[in-house]
Design a protein around this ligand. Structure first.
Ligand SMILES: NC(=O)c1ccc[n+]([C@@H]2O[C@H](COP(=O)([O-])OP(=O)(O)OC[C@H]3O[C@@H](n4cnc5c(N)ncnc54)[C@H](O)[C@@H]3O)[C@@H](O)[C@H]2O)c1
Ligand SMILES: O=C(O)C(=O)C[C@@H](O)[C@H](O)[C@H](O)COP(=O)(O)O
Ligand SMILES: [Zn+2]
Length: 368
């Protein structure tokens, strides 16, 4: 097992990464406050893993119950969140009750938000079971739900007590979901570590095949990168926005297509190709760098041609992005592989990028 630390003063917490961890009582014990814990999971993950987590918490002498949510991005909204509150109140959960998020990013974001709100804040633990949630969403304390008009628009910063990332859970993950997680892995290399990016390029075949040793390395390096950014800028006053590379376009795709039609990682993969194209158009990166990124996204079995929502709709959706200020859309661009920055862009360049990506995509999409 490897343990990293997210350094946030008295709210610092460990990220445990390894095999055979998700139901290890010794990892849960230090972080379960009070006399009871409530596991929040969904109808896919619950039957696979909840009984073992319940048994582990029970062995600590704590009362434990499980709330099972419907599965999918389309359920990341108020009504589902309310089901968590209903269950907590019915169970007599108090201020020391610890919530345990058992699942992917959707369960993690909603459980974290429920923990931020219930009685104005209770502790929670992240047990991420998708690649995406292990490399990204379980770390950093962004929690929330979607609104029909915009992605993750209602939420709170609320850090977990601990993250327990068990690589074994990836064995049951469908290939499409594994690919979606690779988008955020590629993102971490692209924005922060050119050597990591090159390592992903070299090992993409084995990563696609979910080789356990390589997966553990990818989870570790991605969590190091994310933890380092979060420690410097927890509430996204500057640097943290670089973690949004590909998300200005990506969130527009998710909301515009209807949540769940494109997976978050798929939308981010395509969004990174669009952001790289914009970076090239503005002269920050060369054609080879843009092509390397697009080729890697494609090699990770992710889409590189954007859906045609229409230019006006893309712009309308992107204006709802949380980075936008006074209606002005901000993008994360690449200065080179391993270095990203936040900026506004001229309308004409955005127009040309959307035309290229959506309206008239090249026959060999952006990989040549
Ligand atoms: N908070 C953050 O910093 C952050 C970062 C990135 C993404 N996100 C959010 O995370 C969400 C995407 O997360 P995701 O990709 O994990 O999607 P997800 O939570 O929908 O999980 C993907 C699918 O895999 C299933 N699943 C989960 N674990 C499994 C396992 N071990 N075996 C079999 N099936 C399993 C789920 O039931 C679901 O059907 C989006 O809502 C996105 O906005 C948040
Ligand atoms: O942690 C962050 O900061 C990120 O931007 C990570 C993203 O991968 C993630 O999708 C996040 O939820 C997006 O944040 P948002 O503030 O744009 O909703
Ligand atoms: Zn993301």
């Amino acid at each position: 097992m490897i343990t990293l630390n997210v350094d946030l003063g008295d709210r610092s917490y460990p990220i445990h990464i390894g095999s055979g961890l998700f139901a290890d009582p010794s990892l849960l014990a230090p972080h379960i406050r009070g006399t009871q814990a409530v596991i929040v999971t969904n109808e896919t993950v619950g039957p696979l893993y909840a009984a073992q987590v319940e048994a582990a918490i029970g062995s600590l002498g704590k009362k434990v119950s499980t709330v099972t949510l419907p599965d999918g991005e389309s359920f990341k909204h108020w009504e589902t969140l309310n089901r968590i509150f209903d269950a907590l109140l019915r169970q007599g959960a108090d201020r020391k009750t610890t919530l345990v998020a058992l699942g992917g990013g959707v369960v993690g974001d909603m459980t974290g938000f429920a923990a931020a709100c219930y009685m104005r804040g209770v502790p929670f633990i992240q047990i991420p079971t998708t690649l995406l949630s292990q490399v990204d969403s379980s770390v950093g304390g962004k929690t929330g739900i979607n609104h029909p008009l915009g992605k993750n628009m209602i939420g709170a910063f609320h850090q977990p007590q601990a993250v327990i990332a068990d690589i074994d859970t990836l064995k049951t993950l469908p290939p499409r979901e594994l690919a979606a997680g690779m988008a955020e892995v590629i993102k971490h290399g692209a924005i922060a570590d050119a050597d990591y990016f090159a390592w992903i390029e070299e090992n993409i075949g084995a990563l696609n095949a979910c080789d356990p040793e390589l997966m553990a390395l990818a989870v570790k390096r991605s969590c190091e990168i994310k933890a380092n950014v979060v420690a410097q800028d927890e509430r996204e006053q500057g640097l943290r926005a670089t973690l949004n590379f590909g998300h200005t376009f990506g969130h527009a795709i998710e909301a515009g297509m209807g949540y769940g039609e494109w997976l978050h990682g798929e939308a981010v993969g395509c969004g990174m190709v669009m952001a790289a194209s914009l970076s090239e158009r503005l002269g920050f990166i060369d054609v080879e760098t843009r092509a390397r990124l697009a080729a890697l996204v494609r090699a990770a079995q992710l889409p590189v041609v954007a859906p045609d929502l229409g230019e006006a709709r893309y712009i309308e959706l992107m204006k709802v992005d949380k980075k936008a200020e006074a209606g002005s859309i901000k993008f994360i661009l690449l200065r080179k592989l391993g270095e990203a920055f936040v900026t506004t862009v001229p309308d004409a360049d955005l127009h040309a990028t959307l035309q290229r990506a959506v309206i008239h995509p090249p026959a060999e999409p952006d990989v040549a």
